[in-house]
Design a protein around this ligand. Structure first.
Ligand code: NAD
Length: 470
């Protein structure tokens, strides 16, 4: 994949939607432009004592709301263009799901599959120190989160580094989200992006007319799904599609190849097998195909690319057999690939909506860190007491006791995780309908154009309200 392709695709998607908006051209330029980038190179000691110079980036695409927000990616292939494209998607994504943040993204050019834990920690802490030095991180400035190749552990190192260098600031842990629970993380963040992907697919597949248009019956249950990437997003998306949605997972693709089983395979067993053996190969009950990329083209109803960008291009789009492509990753369908899929009547659920569950729950974590109190602390017992009162009234009116397990379930007070998951569910449903409404009422080509349009208009409104363009 050429490095500039992803950036070009995002720009073209933007331009296509922008041409349909009523926003004036100067404002459109401001919405599109990346406002600040920091490109850095710093030395890090390898485990053998050698010095390696690491290249890294942070792009702050928009400041119409502060802080700017976006993950940090560890990948050998990160580039400035890629980081800017990902930061731009963050701006539109936040606007679409009503998260009051600007967009940002970070990239560190290291190979997450091969670096040691020690090197990883040294890189993460040094990168954080660099961001602090230039004011590219802070609870009110720019708040990173996990992305490809990073997770809770790295976010914990970032929080710790920030806290130690900025002792005098209030709520320092709000400088980053996706932290471990013991470091003021929030329950539900780990699975949030994948769960949001499931909620988005489920909501789309409930639309009987749209399903008819792609030749499927409504609902996720029984639909055959292929997932590419069994990392944070892909694993959780597959898990919820299988367990909550009752979908049949017929294909799973990773770096080393793909598994295909027309009758389905159990996601947990595949995940365990790969964890234990380091490869998908040898998993019983499914065929292993060394050319994982070719499994994208196998027969299925829904294809969920959840690894990297530009996976479906003009080269392979003509051979995709799925009826729906659900973009769990950022930018998995290139602009030219999209044109071919659209022509063939394949519907796409766009990344800037579908994978917004992560930033939605990150927003809740940031709010919690600033408030200094967990969401359930003030309501859980009160709710439990109210429910007990209600259950006792029903029992006394009917003269019958509700049996114990059912009673327990009825009276339990809401947990922080319950609140987070319910709010995520609501966000994904509401945002879907806002995009879907635009798609239909303005007779737009597709959901992606509708999503970009919604994002552009909201950001332009926000700039206007804040007097950037009086
Ligand atoms: P991750 O590092 O947890 O997982 C990525 C997985 O993809 C890994 O298991 C890796 O081995 C696999 N992979 C790499 N190359 C592959 C290939 N050629 N074919 C198949 N699999 C391959 O990363 P993640 O956090 O799950 O992110 C995945 C995508 O989702 C990225 O595009 C990221 O930007 C996007 N995303 C992530 C989040 C989040 O909260 N983590 C939020 C929004 C979007």
């Amino acid at each position: 994949m050429s490095r500039g392709k992803f950036f070009q695709s995002v720009s073209k998607y933007f331009d296509r939607a922008a041409a349909l908006s009523t926003v004036k051209s100067g404002m459109l330029r401001q919405v599109k432009t990346c406002n600040a980038v920091y490109r850095m190179r710093f030395p890090v000691r390898e485990d053998n004592g050698e010095i390696t110079v690491v290249e890294a980036f942070r792009a702050e695409h928009s400041f119409h709301r502060l802080p700017a927000k976006g993950g940090i990616r560890f990948s050998r292939r990160v580039s400035l263009d890629e980081t800017i494209a990902l930061a731009a998607l963050m701006s539109y994504k936040c606007a679409i799901v009503g998260v009051p943040f600007g967009g940002a993204k970070g990239g560190v050019a290291v190979n997450p599959a091969t670096i040691s834990a020690g090197f990883r920690e040294r890189v993460t802490r040094r990168y954080t120190a660099e961001l602090i030095r230039k004011n590219f991180i802070g609870p009110d400035i720019d708040v990173p989160a996990p992305d490809y190749g990073t997770g809770e552990r790295e976010m914990g190192w970032i929080a710790d580094t920030y806290k130690n260098l900025r002792m005098n600031e209030p709520h320092t842990y709000a400088c980053v989200t996706g932290k471990p629970l013991g470091m003021q993380g929030i329950p539900g963040r780990r699975q949030a992006t994948g769960l949001g992907v499931y909620y988005g697919i489920r909501t789309f597949m409930e639309q009987a007319e749209d399903m008819k248009a792609v030749g499927l019956s409504p609902g996720v249950a029984g639909k055959r799904v292929i997932v590419q990437g069994l990392g944070n997003v892909g694993y959780h998306a597959a898990h919820f599609l299988q367990n909550d949605g009752k979908a049949v997972i017929v294909g799973i693709i990773e770096r080393e190849g793909g598994l295909y089983a027309p009758d389905g395979m159990d996601v947990e067993s595949v995940h365990r097998h790969r964890r234990e053996t380091g490869t998908l190969q040898g998993f019983p009950g499914a065929t292993f195909i060394e050319d994982g990329q070719s499994v994208l083209e196998n027969d299925c109803d829904v294809l969920v690319p959840a690894a990297l960008e530009e996976q479906i291009t003009a080269e392979n789009a003509g051979r995709i057999q799925a009826k729906i492509v659900a973009e769990a990753a950022n930018g998995p369908v290139g602009f030219d690939g999209e044109a071919i899929l659209s022509q063939r009547g394949i519907h796409m659920l766009p990344d800037l909506y579908l994978n917004a569950g992560g930033v939605t729950v990150s927003y809740f974590e940031w709010l919690k860190n600033r408030a200094g109190v967990s969401f359930d602390r003030m309501v859980s017992r009160h709710e439990e007491l109210t429910k007990i009162g209600l259950v006792e009234a029903i029992e006394s009116l009917t003269g019958r006791d509700i049996p114990s397990p059912a009673r327990q379930q009825l009276v339990h007070g809401v947990s922080e995780e319950d609140m987070v998951i319910a709010a995520l569910d609501q966000t994904m449903i509401q945002s879907f309908h806002q995009i879907h409404y635009r798609w239909k009422s303005r007779n737009l080509a597709d959901l992606r154009t509708a999503a970009f349009l919604l994002g552009i208009e909201r950001i332009a409104d926000s700039y206007a309200q804040h007097g950037i363009f009086p």
